[in-house]
Design a protein around this ligand. Structure first.
Ligand code: PMP
Ligand code: GLN
Length: 379
């Protein structure tokens, strides 16, 4: 028997709910992935590079053109400068970037602060490297970050704070003022910050994404992570990236080179060509805002109580008027009986706090959303 390094961890809720959805032919609004086609222009670039034999190892740091274009993108959008040679690296999805930041930074007994509900990758990864997770509970229904509580939790052992903005699963976003408060904390302490910004281009109602890349005074303490899976509807390609000041990046690369070495080559070339045209990502917020509106307006006429959604492609809703089952059981029943799969929010809390809230992914064709709404309206 192997002595488990993660004795309390089971299969991720995303796999569990997708499998249940498949078994019961339910509409899968659980796992976060689009069900519509990827732009043919991007696919044809991938095809081009594969057939032109761009099929050997990419540089460990990532394809140069792609890093160069990312550097330009961050200069244009946030007026923040990251050198494409020393401060940007392509990774195998945002997941590998996050895993690698944690492996780079965390020594046994280091403390890492996360805000729950939290994406399920953070805690087990910290624990794999002997770190201790200090969760701060964001409370239903606002899920707002209380900076005073954060300050109280920081001590000499605090090595890292992980922030996911826009937030999965709550759909909340941070304001410019929130970022200023984080900046002050980073100036006054020895902590690093990992900004998981994979939903950077999915913010709604004219509110701009506040990237931690804007915080120039603490650039030497911040890692920024992004994902092309979210940006270009290609979650299965697993290409992401990391931006960090060059001393941080030097250490990151020491781990990265032995973690995976490099990332899928033809995808990187294809994405680089596609990224050249900002039109390919600057309207993503409008595209998803229409889907959000369609879905939450539909949900508002059911017995679900919809919570605000300022960003990401996830909506959350309370089902107390429908059932008093625990949220994991409710999600299961909804999948099996009503043929709509969702994610119970308790899965994002280490102590499984259950406010009777579930998460729906609305990155789906309108017809898929309408069909799901039809089923939900019967409850
Ligand atoms: N962070 C968050 C908040 C996510 O929702 C996801 C899931 N897509 C990831 C990281 C991982 O991204 P990727 O698929 O690029 O590994
Ligand atoms: N990020 C996606 C979500 O939150 C799923 C990623 C995964 O399946 N690991 O649903």
């Amino acid at each position: 028997m192997i002595k488990s390094k993660l004795p309390n961890v089971s299969t991720t809720i995303f796999s569990v709910m997708s499998q249940l959805a498949n078994e019961h032919q339910a509409i899968n609004l659980a796992q976060g992935f689009p069900d519509f086609n990827t732009d043919y222009e991007l696919i044809s670039r991938l095809n081009f590079y594969s057939t032109q034999n761009y099929n050997q190892y990419a540089p460990m740091t990532g394809v140069e053109k792609l890093r160069f274009l990312l550097s330009e993108k961050y200069s244009n959008l946030y007026q923040s400068y990251y050198n494409f040679q020393d401060e940007i690296n392509i990774t195998s999805g945002a997941s590998q970037a996050i895993f690698n930041v944690i492996s780079t930074l965390i020594h046994p007994n280091d403390e890492v602060i996360i805000f729950e509900p939290a994406y399920d990758l953070y805690q087990p990864t910290v624990e794999l490297f002997g770190g201790k997770v200090i969760p701060i509970q964001l409370k239903y229904p606002d899920y707002a970050i209380d900076i005073e509580i954060l300050k109280e939790k920081i001590n000499d052992k605090t090595k890292l704070i992980i922030v996911n903005n826009p937030n999965n699963p709550t759909g909340r976003i941070l304001s410019e003022n929130d970022l200023k408060q984080f900046e002050q904390i980073l100036q006054e302490t020895n902590c690093y910050l990992l900004a998981d910004e994979v939903y950077e281009h999915i913010t709604f109602d004219g509110k701009a994404h506040q990237s931690f890349a804007k915080l120039k005074s603490v650039k030497d303490k911040v890692f920024i992570v992004g994902s092309f899976g979210k940006l270009f509807h290609i979650t299965g390609w697993k290409i992401g990236y990391i931006l960090a000041e060059k001393e941080l990046m030097k250490e990151f690369r020491k781990c990265h080179q032995f973690n995976t070495f490099s990332t899928h080559t033809p995808s990187q070339y294809a994405i680089a060509d596609y990224l050249e045209n900002p039109e390919h990502y600057l309207h993503l917020n409008d595209f998803f805002q229409e889907k959000r509106n369609l879905f939450i307006e539909g949900l508002a006429s059911t017995n679900f109580d919809v919570l605000p959604c300022e960003g990401t492609y996830f909506a959350t809703a309370n089902y107390s008027k429908i059932s008093d089952l625990p949220d994991d059981e409710f999600s299961k029943q909804l999948t099996i009986k009503n043929k709509v799969a969702t994610i119970p929010i308790s899965a994002f809390y280490h102590n499984k706090i259950d406010d009777h809230v579930i998460r729906f992914c609305f990155a789906k064709k309108d017809e898929t959303l309408l069909k799901a709404l039809d089923n939900l309206a019967k409850l």
